[in-house]
Ligand binder design. Structure first.
Ligand SMILES: Nc1ncnc2c1ncn2[C@@H]1O[C@H](COP(=O)(O)OP(=O)(O)OP(=O)(O)O)[C@@H](O)[C@H]1O
Ligand SMILES: [Mg+2]
Length: 356
């Protein structure tokens, strides 16, 4: 007797900071076919899994990128499907067309660099680009002291079969977006090994593994991001010259609202995400824009991101006063120095007309 059973099974995938929202599952549907059969004394149980062809993301039309296909017919293996982001929160992109510019750069040059101050949405956009294009993300923060062994691979025991590929080698073999955050903090030994993969040679030699040559997969895209180098700010460094030369496209990110420029899109984003009235959302963005201006002038150590402003708005929506909610959120995020915190509180009080 043969029994056949079909099921469609959702696979849980990764997402970008959901700021308290419930994470939804499902992106790739795997069709599983179970066949059970018996012959003489033997029982056979066969399971076949096939990915149902991915629908084109509806975001492709929204961001005007329908003409760029970065994947073709290639289907990423099942074990990396969960590295393809899903349900990335809305990204405000009007005016700059960042999404289109990044996808175009990847289409023509395979790699690009994103530069901008902290909180301008560089990481967020990499996730939305990956979701739109259906690409897994291999994310590496170069500021962390990750070793070359972790990134390229290592032996985990005696014997040649005990080699484990690191993230960069897996990306080379499988494809997707290699996302190097804080690329200017990359250690020299790693930068040197990356160079041949990022130019026309497109391969890496694993000297530690009998000089195995690993080629860059046709869908292997690279995005690097970093804060702009500035002598006043601690921790920023100029990008390694060899890596700089290998980037064809540079995209500069800036705050949506800064100083006297208030972006109606950012106000709408805050209003929608926090579920507050427009007047409150506008005041929140006004405070944010002023703090960013002072940060860029070097007067404050940090300028708030839209995410920081959303956190503030969520507490106001819950019934806290704007000042009390600010103290618990953006005041602390800006600095732990009492004097600097007072500057932030003064800006909040002036904008919200709070006495005292
Ligand atoms: N244009 C935007 N639309 C929607 N949300 C945004 C936008 N820009 C930033 N955000 C939100 O602001 C927060 C910070 O963004 P993100 O982490 O992407 O910044 P970043 O540029 O990568 O910062 P860093 O340089 O510190 O890594 C996130 O919560 C993100 O969702
Ligand atoms: Mg980031």
């Amino acid at each position: 007797m043969t029994q056949t059973q079909e099921e469609n099974q959702p696979v849980v995938t990764m997402g970008f900071s959901h700021q308290g929202q419930k994470r939804k599952e499902q992106i790739a549907l795997m069709k599983k076919l179970q066949i059970r059969t018996q012959r003489d004394d033997a029982k056979f149980n066969i399971q076949l899994a096939k990915q149902i062809k991915r629908q084109t993301s509806p975001l492709k039309a929204k961001y005007n990128v329908e003409r760029y296909d970065l994947v073709g017919d290639y289907v990423f293996p099942e074990n990396v499907q969960n590295l393809i982001p899903s349900n990335t929160p809305e990204y405000v992109d009007r005016g700059h067309n960042y999404v289109e510019r990044i996808i175009r750069a990847l289409y023509y040059f395979k790699q690009c660099a994103l530069i901008g101050p902290s909180g301008t949405g560089k990481t967020h956009i990499v996730y939305i680009v990956a979701e739109i294009c259906g690409l897994p993300i291999w994310e590496i923060n170069c500021g962390l002291q990750t070793s070359s062994y972790d990134l390229f691979g290592r032996y985990v025991g005696l014997g040649k079969e005990n080699w484990i590929d690191g993230q960069i080698i897996q990306w080379c073999k499988i494809g997707g977006i290699l996302y190097l955050d804080e690329a200017n903090m990359m250690k020299q030994d790693i930068a040197t090994r990356l160079n041949p993969i990022l130019d026309t040679r497109g391969h890496v030699v694993l000297t530690e593994k009998d000089n195995e040559v690993v080629s860059r997969h046709p869908t292997g895209y690279l995005i690097i991001s970093m804060n702009p180098f500035s002598a006043e700010f601690v921790g920023t460094k100029p990008l390694n010259a060899a890596l700089r030369r290998r980037m064809a496209v540079w995209i500069n990110f800036d705050y949506l609202s800064i100083g006297d420029t208030i972006s109606p899109d950012e106000v709408a984003l805050i209003q929608k995400r926090c579920k507050i009235d427009e007047d409150t959302a506008r005041k929140i963005v006004k405070v944010g824009a002023e703090l960013r201006r002072q940060y860029q002038n070097g007067d404050l150590p940090y300028g708030p991101s839209p995410g920081d402003l959303i956190n503030w708005g969520v507490l106001i929506a819950d019934g806290m006063t704007p000042l009390a909610a600010a103290v618990e959120t953006i005041v602390g995020t800006t600095s732990d120095d009492i004097e600097i915190q007072d500057i932030v509180k003064r800006i909040v009080k002036a904008t919200f007309n709070v006495k005292g």
